[in-house]
Design a protein around this ligand. Sequence first.
Ligand code: CTP
Length: 311
Amino acid sequence: LAKAAHGMADDLLTNTLLTARCPVVFAPAMHTEMWEHPATRENVATLRRRGAIVIEPAVGRLTGVDTGKGRLPDPAAIFETCRRVLARDRATVADLAGRHVVVSAGGTREPLDPVRFLGNRSSGKQGYALAAVAAARGARVTLLAANTELPDPAGVDVVRVSTAVELREAALKAAADADAVVMAAAVADFRPAHYATGKIKKVEGREPAPVALVRNPDILAELSQRRARPGQLVVGFAAETDDVLANGRAKLARKGCDLLVVNEVGERKVFGGDTNEAVVLGADGSDTPVPHGPKEALAEVVWDLVAERLA
Ligand code: CTP
């Protein structure tokens, strides 16, 4: 990393790097202290700014007895990143280089008692696709994962959250230096007003007490209003069953975001699949239909629109 960042070419590998005109993917592995050293941080930032893809190391057992961030990412994950990089159009291969993007994924869980929660069926697949595609396009990616069971995408910093309140805190923190925030997570609008510290028991002959709910913060609206830095782009998702365009337009205005990805949901269109169909509405009046296809394809369109606006 250090040699590549400084253009030092004193062996075959670094000579090759200096001549390379193709996309370059780095998959570094080292001890946590080395990865966190300011020299390494600056070298990685330099390489990313120039358009190289630097995959974040995985977290786990290192070569000694220690554990932490610094493991070589799983070879399958490195291969997947390379496959995505090669599948991309050369012109946009690293159009998010030097950018920090934040993506939320999954669905929040609002606890009632130690064993029960109010949740939803969001799988997190669309958010994970957004994170993986952004990393392949050169961005530094923070993925806020709410109750997902998917493998961490290579090269992405994953922050795990569970409730809407935790997600809000993590989102505001990560957004502080972000160029774009994409809220793909399904956030519960309400949470139980009271959390029972012991398991709620059934009592024979008595109906359960009604569950009182209180409003959760609207994270997307708050991010849109705050804009942690000038020019920061905020993207929301919406699921609508009817009057998709009119409802989408109204929601875009209400939330105050720059782009809203509107999915039509219905009885036949279920959560958890690998495909999606949507229209992306822009606050500038634009609409971009995305035909039925893999969630990665929708992710590519979202980042195209974001990259265009950031530029
Ligand atoms: N969202 C959020 N915080 C909430 C609820 C939703 O940030 N408390 C975000 C989601 O991540 C998503 C978008 O807002 O990007 C989805 O909005 P939706 O839940 O459909 O909006 P509502 O205003 O709740 O719409 P509806 O009137 O359909 O309930």
